[in-house]
Write a protein that binds this ligand. Structure first.
Ligand code: FEO
Length: 170
């Protein structure tokens, strides 16, 4: 049997990841309305990845014969009033998700739940990449965002991102 605190945190993470997907879909929608289809594509794929993350937590609990309870997903509540606001909200959100993953890891560590720690290792690495990607976007926008031609090229670069399924399979 899994420790109840660990189970509850893993269960909660399903909701947090689905909220992340919803948040990034909102970001994608913002950029669709702006006419920046490459940025919209980038966040649309990000939303798909977050949905995948939710499914991994869902599957992990079921594979361990643990109970799953699905809760309501909150409305995305960030006020998106500029491109940079969106990008910075993305970084801030990833830092928050990293703290959540760390909390689950700490709870698993406390009760010597090595299986869950091993499962979470993939997410620890993934969060490092997610934060780096969000930081890169901000840096590129700071450098090139004010020049229309450069913004067009950055938009094209982000439009080339394609969805790939997560490397972690349960
Ligand atoms: Fe699933 Fe972007 O954290």
């Amino acid at each position: 049997m899994m420790n109840e605190k660990v189970r509850a945190l893993l269960n909660q993470q399903i909701n947090k990841e689905l909220y992340s997907a919803y948040l990034y879909l909102d970001f994608s929608n913002y950029f669709e309305e702006r006419g920046l289809d490459g940025f919209a594509n980038w966040y649309y794929i990000q939303a798909q990845e977050e949905r995948d993350h939710a499914m991994l937590f869902y599957r992990y609990l079921l594979n361990n014969n643990e109970k799953v309870t699905l809760e309501a997903i909150a409305k995305p509540d960030k006020v998106l009033d500029s491109d940079m606001t969106v990008l910075k909200a993305g970084l801030e959100h990833e830092e928050y998700v990293t703290s959540l993953i760390n909390d689950i890891y700490a709870a698993a560590y406390d009760v010597k739940d090595f299986r869950t720690m091993q499962f979470l290792d993939w997410f620890v690495k993934e969060q490092g990449e997610e934060e780096e990607n969000a930081n890169d976007l901000i840096t590129k926008m700071e450098l090139f965002g004010s020049d229309p031609k450069s913004l067009y090229m950055l938009n094209s670069e982000l439009g080339a991102r394609v969805y790939t399924a997560p490397s972690l399979v349960l």
